[in-house]
Design a protein around this ligand. Structure first.
Ligand SMILES: [Zn+2]
Length: 323
């Protein structure tokens, strides 16, 4: 795969048909893979009768490139069973937006996508959410080794709330109106897992660690908060840096610095790019950040190819997002 930039993408995919060919090279670098039966092979390309486009079941015309599996005999294209499937947005636009979200360190706001690519604001927002779902569709498994964990609180600027906002009533703690987010980072690889939780408690923290970390082969590094104590005993080790006595690094890790850096970048970006994010959507934004952070060692091109491999199986309808 040649280096991908926005500029060379624009020249390589002037039409929808080119966008399909491009997606095929990203998803099937060797031979087409049938999404129905998984066979990699010399499937048949179904040339459109007019050599250019074909009618769709919806009665419109599409330049979609269709293949027929030589094994299961079913038809498919590079978009079958992926986030792109059934979308009315041109594949070209999807590819540009994917690339922007892969490579902009601070992400890109839906309103900017709407303006830049001429799609409705609601459509742009939906596209970004689907791309975040693909980013979450990561199958790299549990972390192991030296794991740094920390928590932070995001959102809620009470000074912006209306004077009758019910959230004011339960204010009192500085974190009462904010949403807790935890991050787990591998000291060795920089891979990161995140989770938005309702409250920072021992059982919640334990649950997040169990879902994301191999307990027997991992050493946990945290600050001295009590919520890590119980789960720490179930792991290969638990190192605590005591910030109260000015300790920030240990022999095995640089304390919780990696997590703190991640959180500060996340917060800067949320306020700079997205301004504010409602608590119910926060987890998708955090996932997007974690994805770029985990893949910081890859080039933009490698990150894009990797994300394309995560698009199968991700289909998100509008309803679960807005419920
Ligand atoms: Zn097949």
């Amino acid at each position: 795969m040649n280096k991908i930039t926005l500029g060379n993408m624009a020249s390589r995919i002037p039409t929808e048909a080119d966008a399909y060919i491009y997606l095929e090279t990203l998803r099937w670098p060797e031979k087409p893979i049938c999404p129905h039966c998984g066979v990699i092979g010399d499937h048949y390309y179904l040339k459109p009768e007019n050599g250019f486009s074909r009618g769709t079941t919806r009665g419109s015309v599409s330049e979609r490139r269709v293949w027929k599996c030589k094994d299961c005999r079913k038809q498919f294209s590079a978009t079958t069973n992926t986030v792109f499937h059934g979308s009315k947005v041109p594949l070209r636009t999807w590819l540009f937006v994917f690339f922007e979200m892969c490579c902009n360190k601070n992400g890109i706001a839906a309103r900017e996508i709407a303006r830049k690519y001429g799609v409705a604001p609601k459509t742009a927002w939906f596209m970004t959410q689907r791309i975040r779902e693909a980013m979450a569709n990561d199958s790299s498994g549990k972390l192991s080794g030296n794991i740094v964990m920390d928590e932070t609180y995001i959102g809620g600027k009470p000074e912006n709330w209306h004077k009758n906002d019910p959230r004011r009533a339960k204010d009192g703690y500085s974190t009462a109106h904010k949403t807790p987010v935890v991050a787990l980072i591998s000291e060795e690889t920089g891979e990161i897992r995140t989770k938005v939780i309702t409250t920072v408690s021992g059982p919640n923290i334990r649950q997040v660690i169990k879902e994301n970390v191999s307990l027997a082969t991992s050493i946990l590094h945290t600050d001295s908060a009590g919520v890590y104590r119980t789960i720490g005993k179930e792991m290969a080790g638990h190192h605590v840096v005591n910030h109260h006595v000015g300790q920030y690094v240990t022999e095995l890790s640089d304390g919780t610095n990696k997590a703190e850096n991640f959180f500060s970048q996340l917060k800067r970006s949320i306020s700079g790019t997205h301004h504010s994010i409602s608590p119910e959507h926060l987890s998708r934004y955090v996932t997007e950040f974690a994805y770029r952070h985990s893949t910081h060692g890859l080039s933009d091109t490698e990150r894009m190819v990797r994300l394309m491999a995560q698009t199968p199986g991700v289909r998100l309808s509008y309803r679960p997002l807005t419920n």
